[in-house]
Write a protein that binds this ligand. Structure first.
Ligand code: TYM
Length: 333
């Protein structure tokens, strides 16, 4: 039976890339009636320094972002990672399955560790093994993510395959990454060659889910573009990364194909297309930001939802961890 799992780091600045590449697609899978589990990965967040109060706030705000985007915590399971100890228990097992060489190849580690990798935390190096544990401790079959997580999901598959091979079992499924739609890689609004990211120092580079309507409209108006009008076919967008990015965002927000967007807007200058995009973005995003602030007025309710989600998640994860312990020869399992 299919089961969806995905996670987001509670590190602040939930943005349009997270929404279109992940959250909006989580809602689609929930609405298709697939059993879905969504996690605020607070243990992944601390692989780089987090101020404790900021982390607590960001975790609750992320939960509010999930709910405001349409995740229904009674239909889906919504929880934070540290409340389900089976994730770290399974991660230890996978630390012993994964090879140093696999981890060293991870581009996200190389990017985040920078030049001084010796000074990176051991947790940052082992990050992908914890991520594999997140997924496999539920025997999840489908993982919707943005393009930037592809390499981590291939490593998850490698871990599952090696475990199955080493212990002569078929216990772990080889999980399918689901990287689909027009917005699997939303780019910065200031530079079409950089992805939109929480850590970009320029706030104008991204639309945050907490931005109000005026801010959203202003950021789109100021987005970098080229002087040509929009083409009426896809091909010419290949050499126009900023134009392509805005078209992709439009398509994803409107649930339209890129061809459809170009059929409607081809030939228009950006002075016309940008206001249309801004109206669409405000229409779709402003209600989310309003609902997030409303939910954040009662954090005890958010904490209750996360505790309830964690209890339900554990019911699935605990027997899978026990079975894993049994397979590898732990007494008592
Ligand atoms: P994170 O927190 O960086 O991002 C959360 C989700 O948002 C997607 N995303 C984007 N999609 C399109 N365009 C962008 N510019 C953009 N930026 C981010 C990401 O691809 C992701 O889907 N390692 C993960 C968290 C994680 C996880 C997991 C995911 C931990 N365990 C298990 C899936 C399954 C991460 O750092 O995502």
């Amino acid at each position: 039976t299919p089961r969806v799992f995905s996670g987001i780091q509670p590190t602040g600045n939930l943005h349009l890339g997270n929404y279109l590449g992940a959250l909006k697609r989580f809602v689609d899978s929930q609405e298709e009636g697939i059993s879905s589990i969504f996690c605020m990965v607070d243990l992944h967040a601390i692989t780089v320094w987090q101020e404790p109060e900021d982390l607590r706030h960001a975790t609750r705000e992320l939960a509010a972002g999930f709910i405001a985007s349409g995740i229904d915590p009674t239909k889906s399971i919504l929880f934070n990672q540290s409340q389900v100890p089976e994730h770290t228990q399974m991660a230890w097992v996978f630390n012993c399955v994964a090879r140093m060489g696999w981890m060293k190849r991870m581009t996200q580690f190389k990017d985040k560790a920078g030049k001084n990798a010796e000074n990176a935390s051991l947790g940052l190096f082992g990050y992908p093994a914890l991520m594999a544990a997140d997924i496999l401790v539920y025997h999840a079959t489908h993982v919707p993510v943005g393009e930037d997580q592809k390499q981590h999901l291939e490593l998850t598959q490698e871990i599952a395959r090696k475990f199955n091979h080493d212990y002569a079992t078929e216990f772990f499924p080889v999980t399918k990454p689901v990287i689909e739609g027009a917005a699997t890689r939303v780019m910065s609004l200031r530079d079409g060659s950089k992805k939109m990211s929480k850590s970009d120092p320029s706030d104008m580079s991204r639309i945050n889910l907490t931005d109000d309507a005026d801010t959203i409209a202003r950021k789109i108006r100021k987005a970098k573009t080229d002087p040509e009008p929009l083409p009426s076919e896809k091909g010419p967008l290949d050499d126009r990364p900023e134009a392509r990015n805005l078209v992709n965002i439009y398509a994803a927000l409107a649930d339209m194909s890129i061809d459809q967007v170009l059929a409607d807007h081809g030939g228009k200058p950006f002075s016309e297309f940008k206001p249309a995009l801004a109206d669409l973005a405000v229409d779709r995003l402003a209600p989310i930001s309003t609902e997030m602030s409303r939910l954040m007025e009662d954090v005890s309710e958010i904490d209750r939802i996360l505790a309830d989600g964690a209890a339900r998640a554990r019911q699935i994860a605990a027997p899978i961890l026990q079975k894993t312990y049994q397979i590898i020869g732990m007494v008592g399992a």
